[in-house]
Each structure stands twice: as C-alpha cells, then as structure tokens.
Design a protein around this ligand. Structure first.
Ligand SMILES: NC(=O)c1ccc[n+]([C@@H]2O[C@H](COP(=O)([O-])OP(=O)(O)OC[C@H]3O[C@@H](n4cnc5c(N)ncnc54)[C@H](OP(=O)(O)O)[C@@H]3O)[C@@H](O)[C@H]2O)c1
Length: 346
C-alpha cells in the first residue's frame, strides 16, 4: 500500500504544531500545504520541507497529489472546506469544532456517507496515550462507580478585538475553541447528557469569554465544566468514583501524565514519554483507518462528534451566543424554507 499523501489547509498556529509532529507518525507523507497567500505557503513549505505549496485552498483540495486533507483554519470555514474535500473525494481530518452547529455536522457526515469518504473531527485528545490509561482505569473499576467529572480549560487570550478568539465573524468565544474539551471528556464516559445548564460572561460582540456548565445524566453522573479566555486556572481534570479518583495534570487535554488514587488511598502516577505535542496519534489513527478502508474512526465516531456539537448547541442556546455563518447550511430542503429560517433565528 502506498503511503498516504497529506495536505494542510492554513499555515497558522495549529498547522505548525501538526507539521512538527508529522515527523513522529508511523506512516504517511506530508506532501502539500495551502495558504491564502503565496509567500506564506512557500515559507511553510520550505520550513517543513513540503513538496507542493498552493496559493489557494481549492487548488490543494482538487490536486490529484493528495489523499488526505487536514483543515486548520478558523471554525467558520470548516463547513465549506470539509464539504469541498468530500466532494473532491479527499479524506478529511478537520479541526474542532467540526462545524458551528449540529445541522452543519449532520449534513457533512451524510455527505461523507453518500460519497464514501473518510471524515474525522480532529479531537486529538482522544488519541493521547494518557486518555487510553484513564479509560482503562475506569473500565477496570479502579475508582469504583464514576459519578463526578470536573474539568477546566482556561487561558488568557489576546485582548485585540480582531483576534479570531474575540471576533464573532471568525467564530470566536471560549466554548467552541477550548470549552469543547471538557465537554468531550464528560461525554467520553457518559455520552449525551440529560441535563445542560450554563452561565456565561459575554464580550461586547456577544460571544462567550467565560462559561460554567453543569451537565447531568439520569444515571446519576454529574460534570462541572469551566472554560475561559479571560481567567487562568489549573486546567486539570478529576474523575471521582465511589472507591477512588483520577487526576489528569495541567494541561489535561494534552497531558503526558495522570494519577490514580485507589481504594486504599494509594497513588499510582503514570508518565508517558513521547516526542512532540501528541498530534502524531490522531494522524496515525487516520492513516490506520484509511488503510483499513474505514469511513470513520471507531475511536471517535461521527456519532461522538455529533453528540459533542449537540451539547455545544444546547450550551450556546442557554447563554445566547449565535454566529451569522450558522445560516449557510440548513437541512437539504433549504430552498423551500429559506424565508422561515431567516425569521425565526431572530
Ligand atoms: N487541536 C488543537 O490543539 C488546536 C489548537 C489551536 C487551534 N485549533 C483549531 O484550529 C483552527 C485554527 O486555529 P489556529 O489557532 O491555528 O488559528 P490561527 O493561528 O489564527 O491560524 C489560522 C489560519 O487559518 C487561515 N485562515 C483562513 N482564513 C482566515 C481568516 N479569515 N482569518 C484568519 N486566518 C484565516 C490562515 O492561514 P493562511 O493565511 O495560510 O491562509 C491562518 O494562518 C481553529 O478551528 C481551532 O479551533 C486546534
């Protein structure tokens, strides 16, 4: 089987981390980069020794030199670029959040099924060896019955109002950018919650700077989740059970260590030694899935991704945050209902 040829859309912060960690993957070749700007594309290509540099995203998407595409641009462009990749028959690894809302995600996963194209939301934490350890401890009953999850993800973002995190037009806000991780962790164990309640601090542009969320499950589980772009925190996660608990160290979403405190209050600390930041694991997962002819990863399925965006939609409804680009996709019969949609969104 020939090596899977990868292309990246975007040359920002995460594209750079991804290209760095590509060196640590087991298989696959980083073959192409696309930027909106020729100079930037060429610089990125030179820095990472990439053969092809495209000066627009669609030339890369339509290139027959590329098998898989990593989408590393602001959230608001994920929908249209993923759609274009699927239509061009390219496998997709798209940054989180996969789209702005559940409607858009559903439409894309249906399209992927129809065109038999592999798609995965780049929820890289799922593939960190630390998370595998945590899943095993819980499954093996090391902490008894898991009943409470606490997780935070905070950092202090630049205050420049044009920065993508503060800018509504670029899908700004804490929840979709980093608040997605605590929700991911809770749902990894319990799936969709039965109860969602949030409070938020919004900026002048009416997007969320801080959000506190309480999720509840009818079986008795509770999750207390905290995210912010204006305050620092420990960025730890704790999973509490009837016989013990697990702590994941700062920054838990990319941690290389975690700790089990067992029923005898004894501590078992585990450290993982891997190079880079850990993006290689999600890339290896995509390569493995493509080699096996899968359309979705069994470890982060389309349904896992839809459950994630469903809860994010509910939280946003609760705190009153909306994006103008949410209107670019509606269910397939958009033409007939066009007018209605524009009304009841306001
Ligand atoms: N998995 C993770 O750990 C992680 C971490 C950070 C971010 N992310 C996700 O990755 C995505 C990108 O985040 P980032 O931090 O890499 O952002 P960034 O540093 O601002 O880079 C975004 C890139 O997108 C391209 N782009 C296209 N249209 C743009 C526009 N109108 N304004 C600004 N940039 C535009 C630009 O590349 P060109 O100029 O080359 O076209 C830019 O360099 C987001 O969806 C975010 O949620 C994930």
């Amino acid at each position: 089987m020939k090596s899977i040829r990868w292309g990246i859309l975007g040359t920002g912060k995460i594209a750079t981390h991804f290209a760095n960690d590509f060196a640590y993957t087991k298989t696959g070749e980083l073959k192409a980069i696309a930027s909106r700007n020729k100079v930037t594309a060429n610089q990125f290509a030179q820095r990472f020794n990439i053969e092809l540099a495209f000066q627009d995203y669609f030339s890369l998407i339509n290139s027959d030199q590329v098998d898989a595409i990593y989408i590393a641009v602001p959230h608001v462009y994920h929908y249209e670029l993923t759609k274009a990749c699927i239509l061009a028959g390219k496998a997709v690894l798209c940054e989180k959040p996969f789209t702005l809302n559940q409607h858009q995600s559903t439409e894309l996963y249906e399209l992927a099924e129809q065109h038999q194209v592999f798609v995965m939301e780049a929820m890289w934490t799922r593939f960190n060896p630390m998370i595998e350890q945590v899943i095993d401890w819980v499954a093996d009953g090391e902490i008894g019955l898991l009943s409470s999850i606490q997780a935070s993800f905070n950092f202090v973002a630049p205050t420049d109002p044009t920065h993508r995190l503060n800018n509504k037009a670029l899908g700004g806000g804490a929840l979709l950018d980093i608040g997605i991780y605590p929700v991911f962790l809770a749902q990894l164990f319990w799936g969709l919650p039965d109860f969602v309640q949030s409070q938020a601090i919004l900026n002048d542009d009416d997007i969320d700077m801080s959000v506190q969320t309480l999720l509840g499950w009818d079986h008795g589980g509770l999750a207390v989740l905290d995210t912010s772009l204006i305050s620092k925190s420990s960025n730890r996660a704790t999973l509490s059970g009837s016989e013990g608990y697990i702590e994941i160290d700062n920054h838990w979403h990319k941690a290389k260590s975690c700790r089990l405190v067992d029923k005898n209050d004894r501590e078992h600390a585990v450290e993982f030694d891997f190079p880079g930041m850990g993006y290689q694991f999600e890339i290896d997962e995509v390569n493995r899935c493509l080699e096996e002819g899968l359309l979705q990863s069994p470890n982060f399925t389309w349904s896992n991704s839809l459950d994630l965006i469903t809860t994010l939609d509910e939280i946003r409804a609760d705190i009153g945050v909306e994006y103008p680009q949410e209107h670019i996709s509606e269910p397939a019969n958009i033409e007939e209902h066009h007018h209605e949609h524009h009304h009841h969104k306001h």
